[in-house]
Ligand binder design. Structure first.
Ligand SMILES: Nc1ncnc2c1ncn2[C@@H]1O[C@H](COP(=O)(O)OP(=O)(O)O)[C@@H](O)[C@H]1O
Ligand SMILES: [Mg+2]
Length: 500
């Protein structure tokens, strides 16, 4: 139904698409896979008429077409669900669907729109209240409204740009059921994701982009997660590692009966006790919003403790503050690296030195030792594979993965006794995630006591010696990795307690 041939699209200084071919058949899910910046969104914006290609052609049902605007695309049966939703927040779902259809938006016009909307919504299992205003809807519902809007306009070919990035696991399952119904109905889908298990589960065809070029084309039956990752990154990537058992040492982080309030005045952490020993990774699993962030912030002294205690390296934290706990030997990689982990306007060098610059050898007799600072920063940038033009580049100009590597380089090089690390690879490319995991295991081998908080269950299962599941601020269960299965931990995450 669709053939894109030799699409080339340049931006100043960037070749975003370099002779890309893509063929999509009706009734199929064609996945576009690639790391951040590979050119996926650009290719789809060319298809949707948002960009004009510098070279190449687009054929629909064998006929060459020119798509000058989204209206052109829609008229030809192409629908697009953007990475960032495009609905008008103060209008209802039905009004959003009616927008741009022509005619007055009076009540008289809305009745048939509502009726047909309910039919389409029924047909594909897309539950949305047509009379709800967009701002009232949860993210998953907004997405369903976007899909409905495209289907209402008789889209035959639907582009979904990273639709699962904003969804919870159960919303993803629901979306996939809808998508399968759409293909069963003969629609063609272009699905963009970099979550490999999703890609393997949903795709009929997979085209991989790297640096603007097609680096491979395959199908799930012929591919593995490893082979896909290699096509994305351009080198072999270790996705699942077996971590050698290691006898842990003494408890270095002791949390006892901790109670912490959340932002909305409810108890976010409700009597949590845990210990992390030297040379051990304790993973905290759970759907985010179950007290993980508040637990980490309380341990780091960023959030007041209502009751209970925290001990670091054998001493109780008397007056919690980031400065005090750092002094006691704790390093912290926060969930929100843009807000808490780095200062965006500071350079890479300044962010790397944020904690250490006042200590020798970097400051001597009140003077900054530039040579020592530059040497150390070069060492960290090389050692942690941070891709930055210079040490003086403001951190906000780096990609998310590279900002994360700056934070990790700084915190992991602090020789801390205890490491608290939250969502270390969220939004990070596969290659960088592999790197971060290697470094985390290196810290474990060196005897750090590591509390790893992550929504990514695969990550927790792979790296942790013990796994704790947090639900509504309480510890739902605790298992050794050797005894845990994904199903079992998943059940605990949803509130089904472990049998023993
Ligand atoms: N409007 C734009 N202007 C300049 N450069 C852009 C623009 N859109 C994308 N790029 C660049 O093109 C490349 C591909 O981006 P994109 O298509 O968004 O990648 P992906 O969707 O695969 O993450 C990146 O280097 C990006 O910085
Ligand atoms: Mg994109």
């Amino acid at each position: 139904m669709l053939e894109m041939r030799g699409i080339t699209k340049r931006f100043p200084g960037v070749l975003a698409n370099d002779g890309v071919d893509l063929t999509v058949l009706p009734g199929q899910v064609h996945t576009l896979l690639g790391e951040n910046g590979a050119g996926k969104s650009t290719l789809m914006k060319v298809l949707y008429g948002l960009y004009q290609p510098d070279q190449g052609s687009i054929l629909l049902d064998g006929e060459q077409v020119e798509i000058h605007s989204p209206n052109d695309a829609i008229a030809r049966g192409i629908g697009m669900i953007h990475q960032h939703f495009m609905l008008v927040p103060t209008l209802t779902v039905a009004e959003n669907v009616a927008l741009g259809l022509g005619g007055r938006r009076g009540l008289a016009d809305m009745r048939p729109v509502r009726k047909r909307l309910l039919e389409v919504s029924e047909q594909y299992g897309l539950r949305v209240d047509p009379d709800a205003q967009i701002w009232q809807l949860a993210v998953g519902e907004r997405q369903r409204a976007e899909i409905l809007k495209a289907l209402y306009r008789d889209a035959r070919l639907l582009v979904l740009d990273e639709p699962t990035a904003v969804l919870t696991p159960s919303e993803v399952d629901e979306l996939f059921i809808t998508l399968r119904q759409l293909t069963a109905d003969g629609k063609g889908l272009i699905f963009i994701s970099h979550k490999l298990h999703e890609v393997m589960a949903l795709s009929d065809e997979i085209t991989v982009l790297r640096d603007g070029c097609v680096s491979g084309h395959t199908r799930p039956s012929e591919a593995t997660r490893e082979s896909l990752a290699e096509m994305m990154v351009g080198r072999p990537v270790v996705l699942s590692r077996s971590v050698a058992p290691q006898d842990p040492g003494d408890a270095q982080l002791l949390v006892d009966s901790l109670v912490v309030m959340g932002d909305r005045g409810t108890q976010a952490v409700d009597g949590v006790s845990l210990e992390v020993r030297s040379g051990e990774i304790v993973g905290v699993a759970g759907v985010s919003g179950n007290g993980q962030r508040e637990l980490a912030e309380a341990i780091f002294g960023l959030r007041p403790i209502s009751s209970g205690t925290v001990q670091i390296a054998g001493s109780q934290v008397a007056e919690p503050s980031p400065k005090a706990v750092r002094g006691m030997g704790l390093a912290y990689v926060p969930e929100e690296r843009m807000r808490h982990g780095t200062v965006g306007d500071f350079t890479v060098a300044e962010n790397l030195m944020l904690v250490d610059y006042l200590h020798p050898p970097y400051t001597r007799r009140g003077l900054l030792n530039r040579k020592a600072i530059t040497d150390r920063c070069h060492g960290l940038v090389d050692g942690y594979n941070v891709k930055t033009p210079t040490l003086d580049t403001p951190t906000k100009h780096l990609s998310g993965g590279n900002i994360q590597k700056v934070v990790i380089a700084r915190e992991f090089s602090a020789d801390a006794t205890v490491l608290v690390i939250a969502q270390p690879t969220r939004g990070v490319d596969i290659g960088a995630a592999e790197y971060i995991h290697e470094r985390l295991l290196e810290q474990r081998a060196n005897g750090a006591a590591i509390l790893l908080i992550s929504e990514d269950l695969d990550e927790v299962m792979q790296l942790s010696d013990r796994i704790i599941v947090l639900l509504e601020g309480k510890i739902m269960g605790q298992v050794a990795r050797s005894a845990a299965t994904v199903t079992e931990v998943g059940l605990m995450m949803s509130g089904v307690a472990r049998a023993d």
